[in-house]
Design a protein around this ligand. Sequence first.
Ligand SMILES: [Zn+2]
Length: 493
Amino acid sequence: MKSKKSIVLGERVVNKNSINKGFRFWLAFYAGRFSAFLCRLFRLSGTSLPGVVALKLCPQLLFYLGSAYEKVIAVTGTNGKTTTTNLISYYLQQAGETVVGNGEGANMISGVATALIKDCNLLGTAQSRTVVLEVDEGSVGKILPAVKPDLIVVTNYFRDQLDRYSELDQIITLLRKTIDGLPETELLLNADDPLAVAVGRGRSAVRYYGVKGERDCKEVEENEIREGGFCPDCGELLAYNYYHYGQLGDYRCTKCSFKRPEPDFVALDVDDSDLLHFSLYLQNKNTGEQEPQKGSLDLHSQLRGFYNVYNILAASAAAVIIGIPQQIIEASLPDYSTATGRLEQFIYQGRPCTLALIKNPIGVNEVIKTILPQEGKKAFLIAINDLAGDGKDVSWLWDADFEKLNQSMISKVVCSGRRAAEMAVRLKYAGLVTSKIVIEPGCRESLEVLGLQKVDQYYILASYTSLFNYAKLLRKMGKAVVNDAAQGLPSLS
Ligand SMILES: [Zn+2]
């Protein structure tokens, strides 16, 4: 116990041998390792349990483990964390770095602890030099002070899982308080989100990324949700020059000086008609000019959907900040494919089948917006669970724009999961005729019903805890498409 006190918090101790970790650490470490072994033995997922066990025995575990890394990067926010985290890790690997992360979405303290325990060899020595962590918005107060990131990337703040996070304000206040104790940490914030920008107010080491509005004064769609459209300084409703989606756009307060900060990293000429393509400019904020001498990056991605522009932009900006050569970023992005459930592609019953994670209204709206322009007849499967990982309160279903599914090219929507019935009611209120709605709570059974539909495309939208079950079944019954563009298989266009 003495050894804990002897460590000065706030100082990164890279040389792991200089820390006397003490008996409790080693007990916890080996208990964690043993739990991981048992999880493998019994074929359990094991992305959290080893951490739960180890943290019980040594609450300071994460501090000891985190101090072994030369660089620590953390990504937090509501949507886009997993894609952004995975892409930063991918860039680092392409640059020849050894990286550890909690890329499967186990983003609370136990998941982070598990990832770092598994990165160590049996002597407790970390095998990687860098760590890139996806950090749950509600867990920043526990994780960030322990691992002391060099860089924190904030994606956006949307309404999400109300039972766990009662108010967006509280989440932002929690992060602000947490980073007060981390004066060395640099921030990379989404300039287009007034809520993300609020995190960095009064701090010097802040950089911003943003998407330039090509479509000025874009018409705001009727059901678009703008939770954060208020000034974080004075509470006034923000005025916008244009919106991208949600509360993201070019905003300013009409009462005080709060406005969208000039971004350091700007996405320009966005083409989101199919596979994403845009230019990333490094902007000199003093002159407001783009700096071609610093280089602009020509970014081609296999990802789809406008919301992924933000994820690619954030990850690429983070990569530039941590010193990854721009040529590596440009050359490696086209080969990056998506994580489970981020519009992942399968072939099921001979038809293209897209699997997407849904967890909040904004996410649903963006996924639907991306899917609907694709040609052909479609059948949907929407799986909603209400376990802790999904958020027990599913009232957000009523804020999402399921009305958009009410059209002739969608012939069937199979509702599944623990809240299949509620989902069916939601669709009925969205105007879908009842003959199009099927309730089949079982995972395998619902997939079988979907497979009976003679359409051109299948889409599965699943909440978090059902997502991996569908992915597993599809891999077994269907066929995962690693790179549909390269293989010439039916693409989503
Ligand atoms: Zn204001």
